[in-house]
Design a protein around this ligand. Sequence first.
Ligand SMILES: Cc1cc2nc3c(=O)[nH]c(=O)nc-3n(C[C@H](O)[C@H](O)[C@H](O)COP(=O)(O)O)c2cc1C
Length: 190
Amino acid sequence: MTTISVVYHSGTGHTRKMAEAVLAGAASVGGVETQMIAIEGKDIVEGRWQNDKIMEMLDQSDAIIFGSPTYMGCVSGQMKSFLDATSERYLSRAWVDKIASAFTVSAGLSGDKLNTLSTIAICMMQHGMIWVGLEQTPFNDKGINRLCFYLGAAGQALHEPLEEAPNDQDKETGRLLGIRVASLTKKLKA
Ligand SMILES: Cc1cc2nc3c(=O)[nH]c(=O)nc-3n(C[C@H](O)[C@H](O)[C@H](O)COP(=O)(O)O)c2cc1C
């Protein structure tokens, strides 16, 4: 069985909705089991995130898809604290050759989301993971990858109520990323 984890932080729920779409995509691939993991501020003490159970779940995953809102042009503080805590795994090389990918949600069309995706990608390259981006261009009539990011999936949520943002096009983009990650992870494991 191939195990895919979606690990995310969400302040007001928009990134969680993208996480659900990404997870649904991964779960739709046969022979794959998925787990959704929330990063929460309560696990941060004096700036350091710690949750051994979550780290063990990630150790057992074949692929990890990271999701963060874009806050001030970067990952949220909660996500950064979690990324810093993965340094133990960096030292032991525990995540080498696992698949990695990412998604983000922010208010602006761009909103400096690229820096959020890049921050996560650089961290996972330090881990020796294998990065999977989005392959779809925005040249379609379904709004897939309408925001035109390739490093990962991007969603927009301005002031819309939670039930309306990110919109169906962005969630579909996330779902397709989940499918791609799960399919490639399965191939790599075969
Ligand atoms: C502290 C903070 C900083 C933010 N910085 C940005 C930003 O740099 N660019 C942007 O487009 N939106 C920014 N936003 C808007 C959020 O990215 C947006 O509301 C997003 O949907 C939040 O996701 P969440 O509901 O998962 O927390 C910021 C919001 C907060 C609270």
